[in-house]
Ligand binder design. Structure first.
Ligand code: NAI
Length: 332
């Protein structure tokens, strides 16, 4: 059975080939992302394997179905880029990797926070230039600060536990409370309250109609002046124009983003020799108090191993007409 990978990178090939020994699938790795521009080129394949910025809308799904594709395997947790309703109508099965390493993403969110609050990115460059001055590197303690977590699911919960370990007060907003987290010391509050009392905010909810532009001019207005905002979830949670305005006003003192609304044109590519046409990301990167990473929060050996194993196992089960044991991998 053939699996066609889109947005494939050398590291995808490395990990998927390693675990394919047990299955013997015919693997086709395409660098291009999946979208209307390329879907007609799909041939003789039963499964497509896609990532966060592949566009799997109704138009794409209709062509995939007509070409005999039966399975859409997301090698990620989030699925906002797939039209599930269309997949259902066209009879395609859609699976994902619901939990490959919440710790990988949570730890990256903490890494971004620690970089911003202690300015280690600046210290690293400075010391290499033999500049041992501390001017401009003044940070702040995390201990005792209030950390607001929006979306305390698997990643949010892992993040909460790390922050509790730092001696922070952790307050979460979620549509469903997690009792285990409450017994570890996390308190829950309404969104407005979390925004109002937090020194640091970290976003870990999915992107959907309700959370789109959750961070906007009005919600930023509720935040403490000088707040630190971290987003490792999805770019569309933030209205970037409003955040840039808040950075200029110093309402937001530090911003760490691993995701960006227009990231599909930029992230996962080496554009070091190109002219970037996106003025918004250029503006963001011009701030000394903004840290941008290119959707790397998931990117650990542990997570890539898990992603490859779970994806291949799901495709194998579905190919045999069986349901994967872990029901959470199935979206349709
Ligand atoms: P999860 O499903 O375990 O947790 C999501 C939580 O958000 C749940 O507790 C849910 O109740 C809550 N939630 C849903 N709607 C909400 C709303 N309107 N307001 C507040 N909370 C809401 O998902 P998980 O694994 O923790 O992942 C969270 C997100 O992280 C994913 O949706 C994905 O977008 C992002 N992600 C980013 C990665 C990266 O590399 N940067 C890698 C993996 C995931």
């Amino acid at each position: 059975m053939k699996i066609t990978f889109f947005s494939a990178k050398p590291y995808d090939k490395q990990f998927f080939d390693q675990y394919n020994d047990a299955y013997g699938f015919d693997m086709e790795y395409l660098e291009t992302h999946l979208g209307p521009h390329i879907v007609n080129a799909v041939e003789d394949t039963k499964a497509v394997c896609v990532f966060v910025n592949d566009k799997v809308n109704e138009e794409v799904i209709a062509v995939l179905a007509a070409k005999g594709v039966k399975i859409i395997a997301l090698r990620c947790a989030g699925f906002n880029n797939v039209d599930l309703e269309a997949a259902r109508r066209y009879g395609l099965r859609v699976c994902r990797v619901p939990e490959y390493s919440p710790q990988a993403v949570a730890e990256h969110a903490v890494a971004m926070l620690l970089t911003l609050n202690r300015k280690t990115h600046k210290a690293y460059n400075r010391v290499r230039e033999q500049n041992f001055s501390l001017n401009g590197l003044l940070g702040f303690n995390l201990y005792g600060r209030t950390v607001g977590v929006i979306g305390a699911g698997k990643i949010g919960a892992a993040f909460c536990k790390i922050m509790l370990g730092f001696g922070c007060k952790v307050v979460a907003y979620d549509i469903a409370a997690n009792e285990e987290l409450q017994s570890s010391g996390v308190t829950y509050a309404a969104l407005d309250e979390v925004l109002r009392i937090s020194d640091i905010l970290s976003l870990h909810c999915p992107l959907n109609e309700k959370t789109h532009y959750l961070i906007n001019q009005a919600t930023i207005g509720l935040m403490k002046k000088g707040v630190t905002l971290i987003n490792t979830s999805r770019g569309g949670l933030i209205n970037t124009t409003d955040v840039i305005h808040a950075l200029k006003q110093k309402q937001i003192a530090y911003l760490g983003i691993d995701v960006y609304e227009q990231e599909e044109k930029l992230f996962f590519k080496d554009l070091s020799g190109s002219i970037i046409e996106d003025d918004t990301i250029q503006r963001l990167m011009s701030f000394p108090n903004v840290l941008v990473t290119a959707h790397q929060a998931f990117f650990t050996e542990d997570a890539l191993s898990e992603i490859a194993q779970v994806t291949l196992h799901s495709v194998d089960s579905l190919g045999k007409g069986e349901a994967p044991e872990n029901a959470a991998v199935m979206l349709i």
